[in-house]
Design a protein around this ligand. Structure first.
Ligand SMILES: C[S@@+](CC[C@H](N)C(=O)[O-])C[C@H]1O[C@@H](n2cnc3c(N)ncnc32)[C@H](O)[C@@H]1O
Ligand code: SF4
Length: 354
């Protein structure tokens, strides 16, 4: 399996909680950026891909013309005959029927929509630029154009959100008939307005919210397959599962990370340098056997039903045994998995392998 991640680092406005690599949308810069991605893609001419994920930032902030140029350049550079999944991330405020038609035309078969909350007051307090009715309109248009493999992103445990309101949000989310849902507990990151305003989160409440999500999603036919991800049958994200299985993926776009032919790397996050071309890869790391083992364990354990193969534990057998004895991990048919009680606090377990 080989994936391709394409990073579009533009957003209409920075959300108050987000420290992902993104800058304010600028149409002239975006034009040069899409051209730079097209040029970069040619370095991988004819390579066969299994999955593509165009994420951000906000890829849908690009105008119709640029989306078409971007998808056309990917189609022209790579071999997409075996492509199984092609995801495009979008935010409700920048969705349009024409954009959905372009995505469809170029073979995009999955969309990921950043809903975050179904309460307008919360969306405002998170610094989102869309409201709930814009989400509904975007969803209806996506379905009209023929998209049904849709993911929804939601955040929980932010200031003033109650357990009862979260329960209502979850019930609403399952009613939209989207087969994939990603749920993230708010994490207050440095260099964000939330951090500067000393926003704090309540661990106990976030745990109760996580448990409520497990209950409501499982009773509505969703399988909890990764720490933060739930899917209906056969609707798990193939692209992200490829990451968690520690398989290879290429990266296009400034600041994007890749893993190819035994090397992890990051493309320069300097947009000017990325547009200028030349030496794009930075932070190149050759992955030796020990690093491969550690990464395969940490990533594999995230897939809570699949786990990591026991055979991968070669240098970490002592920690493995300790965690099995402490019932933080379980062994089933040659696979090592997180115990149910430790999924929400998985960092406690995963960090033991670093
Ligand atoms: C980098 S964003 C890209 C998606 C898209 N731009 C959006 O805003 O919906 C991916 C997801 O990460 C989650 N996220 C970002 N920052 C977070 C934070 N500080 N705490 C929890 N979740 C966060 C949000 O749910 C978001 O949808
Ligand atoms: S959450 Fe999404 S829209 Fe908001 S700043 Fe981050 S990447 Fe941009």
């Amino acid at each position: 399996m080989l994936g391709l991640y394409v990073h579009i680092h533009f957003c209409r406005q920075k959300c108050f909680y987000c420290d992902f690599f993104s800058v304010k949308y600028d149409k002239y810069l975006a034009q040069k950026y899409v051209a730079a991605i097209a040029k970069h893609a040619l370095q991988y001419k004819n390579i066969q891909l299994d999955t593509i994920y165009i994420g951000g930032g906000t890829p849908s902030v690009l105008c119709e013309n640029k989306i078409e140029k971007l998808l056309e350049s990917i189609n022209n550079a790579f071999n997409l005959r075996q492509l199984k999944e092609y995801t495009f991330e979008l935010n409700p405020e920048s969705a349009s029927e024409e954009k959905f038609e372009i995505l469809k035309k170029y073979g995009v078969n999955r969309i990921s929509v950043g809903l975050q909350s179904d309460y307008d007051a919360y969306l405002k307090s998170l610094g989102r630029v869309h409201n709930f009715s814009q989400f509904i309109a975007a969803l209806e248009t996506a379905k009209k154009v023929g998209f049904e493999n849709i993911n929804l992103d939601l955040i929980y445990g932010f200031p003033n959100q109650t357990l009862e309101q979260w329960r209502h949000t979850l019930l609403n989310a399952v009613s939209f008939d989207c087969p994939h849902i990603s749920l993230y507990p708010l994490s207050v990151e440095e260099n964000t307005p939330f951090y500067k305003n000393a926003i704090t989160t309540d661990d106990d409440l976030q745990r109760q919210m996580y448990e409520k999500a497990c209950e409501i999603l499982s009773s509505n036919g969703f399988e909890h397959y990764e720490i933060s991800n739930w899917a209906k049958k056969n609707r798990q994200s193939l692209h992200n599962s490829n990451y968690w299985r520690n398989c290879q993926y290429l990266a296009l776009g400034a600041g994007a990370s890749g893993y190819f032919k035994g090397q992890r790397y990051k493309n320069t996050a300097d947009i000017g340098k990325y547009i200028a071309g030349g030496k794009i890869k930075t932070e190149i790391e050759n992955i030796d056997g020990k690093t491969f083992e550690t990464e395969s364990i940490i990533l594999g354990l995230r897939l809570i039903n699949e786990g990591a193969p026991e055979t991968i534990f070669k240098n970490k057998t002592q920690i493995l045994q300790e965690l099995l004895d402490a019932k933080m991990l379980v062994k089933e048919k040659g696979r090592i998995k997180l115990s149910r009680d430790y999924i929400f606090i998985s960092n406690l377990v995963l960090s033991r392998f670093i």
